[in-house]
Design a protein around this ligand. Structure first.
Ligand SMILES: [Zn+2]
Length: 153
């Protein structure tokens, strides 16, 4: 399994955690050197917050730590432990565009959405070094602010 063969030391970027629960999850992931976004990882095997869609190359779940004001907030995670869009296979890209996003559009009856890519969390404001997309739709009348860049206290 590819998730067992990576040698990445940076798993989670704790300073960007948005609350104590996320901070604890990030600290544990970094300490245990277990990527929560890999298929065997804690985020994808949470009984309280399960994967809601799976394809050959992707897992999709609701964001466990949604941004304020969101109506829909999904995390779309490649099964491969990769850290950049440039590492996605052609098959994964095609599946994202032609299977995963269309599923989300239909499942949540989306009139539109924002699609954010998180790579290196230390510079993008995310928490997990495993590449992921965040699909965000604000509640009617709300504005969702997606942080980019390191979190400041
Ligand atoms: Zn991973």
């Amino acid at each position: 399994m590819p998730e067992d063969n990576f040698s990445v030391k940076l798993i989670a970027y704790v300073p960007n955690a948005r609350n104590n629960a996320q901070r604890a999850e990030c600290e544990k992931a970094q300490r245990d050197q277990q990527c929560p976004f890999c298929p065997s990882g804690s985020a994808l095997n949470s009984l309280d917050d399960p994967v809601i869609f799976e394809s050959d190359h992707w897992n999709v779940k609701k964001n466990a730590y949604p941004y304020p004001g969101v109506g829909v907030h999904l995390v779309i995670i490649p099964k491969a432990h990769i850290t950049s869009v440039s590492e996605l296979s052609d098959a994964a890209i095609l599946e994202l565009v032609h299977v995963v996003v269309p599923w989300a559009e239909k499942e949540f009856n989306l009139p539109g959405y924002g699609l954010v890519v998180r790579t290196n969390p230390a510079v993008t404001g995310g928490t997990i070094y495993h590449l992921h997309f965040q699909l965000v739709l604000a509640k009617v009348g709300e504005t969702v602010n997606v942080p980019f860049g390191p979190r400041r206290e």
